[in-house]
Design a protein around this ligand. Sequence first.
Ligand code: ZN
Length: 252
Amino acid sequence: MKKHQKTLLVALPLVAAMSLVGCKNMGADDLASLGMKGLKAATLSDNDVKALSQQSCAQMDAESRIAPKNSAYTKRLNKIAKSLGNNLNGTPINYKVYITKDVNAWAMANGCVRVYSGLMDMMTDNEIQGVLGHELGHVALGHSKKAIQVAYATEMALDAAASSGNAKIASLSKSKLGALASAVINAQFSQKQEQDADNYSFDYLVKKKINPAGLATAFDKLGGGDASILSSHPSSTARADNIRKKLAELKK
Ligand SMILES: [Zn+2]
């Protein structure tokens, strides 16, 4: 999820995009067009995906300012996390807050969920529940796994040594991991994936007895952002409308 802030775009061009609203990374089609079909993306095992996600998340943590355990942000997120649960179909979920004005939240395939304080500042707890339900949806529906596979294939293809077949996931350099992590959190999800994650969030919140209305108002707040970010995705308005339609159905 992301609402771009122009100042941060300049300062942090690589991490400035957002998984919920949209982004601009290489997708599977771009890879195919580069003739890299069938590269390592297809052969990464679930354990590789988990290890890569863990390392990418650790790299993002190392590059970020993590809210202290006793901070108001962490306490607030912990409360929200408790309502959502710490386990998603067997994947343990690990929540942390990054202190930054940027408005963002993302999740990786290993259950690493990061929420930026800039997003927490502009949203209610219920809206954050909706946003995180969406991010958990990307994990549960396998989108996050696919994203890191594509990112890995892309990064390795750009690396002559790695593409000779000598690359070992365990020995990726920090800069390589940093690039991989950026690619993952900027991953471009398709319109269908975004809508599926929205619907997943809705159903998940209902199942957890949480009001799904926050998901709609979260989109209202994200509306009016940089149009180019939203160009290849359902608009915030369309997404809020979708959730409101489901809310109306629920009340029938
Ligand atoms: Zn998304």
